[in-house]
Design a protein around this ligand. Sequence first.
Ligand code: ASP
Length: 312
Amino acid sequence: MSSKQQQLVVILGTGGTIAGRAESADDNVGYTAAQLGVEQLVAAVPALASRRLEAHQLAQLDSKDMDFATWQLLARCVAQHLSRPEVGGVVITHGTDTLEETAYFLQRVLAPVKPVVITAAMRPATSLVPDGPQNLLDAVCVANDRYASGVLVAFGGSVFDAEQVRKVHSYRVDAFAAADGARLGLVEEGEVRWLLRTRLPREAIGLARIERDAEQWPRVQIVMNHVGADGSIVHALVAQGLDGIVVAGTGNGTVSTGMEAALREAQSRGVRVLRSTRCDAGPVMDLPGALPSAGSLSPVKARIELQLELLV
Ligand code: ASP
């Protein structure tokens, strides 16, 4: 065992289905998320008893309701624990619904060298066969792995990158995948088998950028291009007042004539516009004269990127 593997792992609980409870063991959908404390989640995994762990409850919510104030708290808390020399990595228990957004946010703000591993579950803790305990154990193993670095997601036996990971299924326990198939590794009996180790270095944005009161964060909304999209939703949003719009375009970020006109008008009124795609994978290529592209970011991650830019 390397010295890194003996380092302390801090587990931060935020709620989600992994901490959810249902009335009966055969109910995997009619449950209430965010009911069990993080200490209870750890206690449910006997294999964690011999690990050097510390657990803290940071929030207790269904991740469909994740908010900017909790993100601020989480980013600060993760940074504080990572700065402790005895801490080798941090694990965050989260809901699956917005896990990919929290992962991307933390990666962009902190770009940590030590691993920050987010995990979750599709089935509540009361399920006949819950997936949370194995996912939590896997996440701790990843956080202890000497090659792990940055914000990662451990789920269903796979390790994903914060930028690539997406929830791709609404029910199955293998609910996550990497866009363009770029899964980083597999967790097998407590060992991580890395498949991909290359990561493009991107600088941390830093905690100072997210200091502004969460109530005052830029308002960025997502709209979608589709058959008959006429841009009226963009006009309605601009009339309400907002700072940015991400359009989930069709294919290579294409938008209808009406949607394009509405977005250009929004731009002329000072609203920042980014073009992503509603496709499950693949980038939006920049074209001369086209609305700015979000590259390979999904619409929800492009929204975070734009928000962070607008926070300058
Ligand atoms: N609604 C839940 C959440 O995101 C779903 C889950 O965790 O699987 O918190």
